[in-house]
Write a protein that binds this ligand. Structure first.
Ligand code: S3P
Length: 181
């Protein structure tokens, strides 16, 4: 099997789902943001504050390219990783891209519990979430597999992902269509 790459907006449950996937498959799960924080010795919010978003995006691309060279991994990406085609190309070379989706209300409820997401430290986070979601929608939809997380536990989502990834991989081996599962 290829790596399983989790994409999706902030607060769609990528971290919780990657833990479940890791438990079921016995693969390591790697979080790109955590790897960036470890390698720089700084929190993501500090990187944004000190160097700005563009510098963060460059660091993110560098880390994605490095991590993508490995196999048998669950890779969790930051919500903005989908914005650069070169990130997606690197991830897709060794992995299947899965996108988790959730409603703006769920995202707001989950993300408002902490202040570690610099893009949402604004006066009206709900408005910001809606704006970012509609701008990013076409980027998220480029994933190989889309998963609606509404009303599902991380375990149920992980099981659904494994089933869909297997089908997707089977089709690739058969030489059949690669369209979304
Ligand atoms: C971002 C999402 C964050 C983190 C950074 C930027 C984004 O990751 O990479 O704050 O642009 O959506 P999570 O999706 O894990 O919160």
């Amino acid at each position: 099997m290829k790596n399983i790459v989790l994409t999706g907006f902030m607060g769609t449950g990528k971290t919780a789902v990657s833990r479940e996937l890791s438990g079921i498959l016995g693969w390591n799960s790697i979080d790109i943001d955590c790897e960036i924080e470890k390698s720089r010795g700084m929190k993501i919010a500090e990187i944004f504050r000190e160097f700005g978003e563009q510098a963060f995006r460059d660091i993110e691309t560098e880390m994605i390219k490095k991590i993508s060279m490995n196999r048998n991994l669950i890779i969790s990406t930051g919500g903005g990783a989908v914005l650069r085609q070169e990130n997606m190309d690197a991830l897709r070379e060794t992995g299947v891209i899965v996108c988790l989706s959730a409603t703006p209300e769920t995202i707001f409820a989950r993300t408002s519990k902490s202040n570690d997401r610099p893009l949402l430290q604004v006066e009206d986070p709900m408005k910001k979430i809606s704006e970012l979601l509609s701008f990013r929608k076409p980027y998220y939809e480029k994933a190989d597999i889309m998963i609606d997380t509404g009303g599902k536990t991380p375990l149920v989502i992980a099981e659904e992902i494994i089933e869909k990834v297997k089908k997707y991989e089977g089709r690739r081996e058969d030489g059949k269509s690669n369209c979304k599962a």
